[in-house]
Design a protein around this ligand. Structure first.
Ligand SMILES: N[C@@H](CCC(=O)N[C@@H](CS)C(=O)NCC(=O)O)C(=O)O
Length: 199
């Protein structure tokens, strides 16, 4: 299989972590989706990462689709946990979406800063309230215990935390998430996370 991603994409990182944790062999194609990479466009007309070309040549795009296929073909270890796991995953993915849309929005509105437009402020609110919601759910549901399995909630949470740090390190609106940080602290040391940090 050939996996297309970029060094910074949080969506690509989610899928890459899932591939590594499931022990699926793949060739890595690092591309810049913004440079209109011809190889990427060939496998995904949206010219976006991630994309996964299967051994029979079928090209899958969209994070949710690729993760669903992976879960079906390689069920162990399972990514999709119970409803509380999926609620946490949804919150973290909402933060990732808002963060990526902010970075993309800046390209569209420059020299006006997208972040200060009505839509930019809405996306910022989504990041702030999404992280607050995630922190609250971890406080309520995880009772101080460390996460035990790399399921979709852990993957999306670590990817969201690292992407916010990567793109918005100095932002005054960042919210502290001590319970979430402690919950993922052990698992985020695994190679699947350590080797895929955005850069
Ligand atoms: N909905 C897509 C979003 C993927 C996405 O936005 N990827 C970005 C990188 S983080 C990209 O390739 N952008 C290039 C473009 O929009 O032209 C998914 O879930 O996979």
């Amino acid at each position: 299989m050939r996996f297309f991603t970029s060094p910074t994409s949080p969506y690509g990182r989610m899928v890459r972590v899932a591939l590594l944790e499931k022990g699926v062999a793949f060739d890595l194609a690092m591309v810049d989706p913004w440079a209109d990479d011809a190889g990427l466009r060939e496998v995904n007309p949206a010219t976006r990462v991630p994309a996964l070309v299967l051994d029979d040549g079928i090209a899958l795009s969209e994070t949710s689709v690729i993760l669903s296929w992976l879960e079906r073909e390689f069920p162990r270890p399972a990514l999709f946990g119970d409803a509380r796991c999926l609620r946490r995953a949804g919150l973290a993915i909402g933060v990732i979406d808002a963060a990526v849309q902010t970075i993309i929005g800046r390209k569209a509105t420059a020299p006006t800063l997208f972040d200060d437009t009505p839509l930019g402020l809405r996306r910022r609110r989504a990041m702030v309230e999404g992280m607050q919601g995630l922190e609250l759910q971890v406080q309520r549901d995880c009772a101080g215990a460390a996460a035990a399995h790399v399921e979709l909630d852990v993957i999306a949470s670590v990817v969201a935390l690292d992407y916010l740090q990567f793109r918005f390190a100095e932002a005054p609106w960042r919210v502290p998430t001590p319970a979430l940080d402690a919950w993922v602290a052990q698992l985020r040391r695994r190679p699947a996370f350590a080797d895929t940090l955005p850069r």
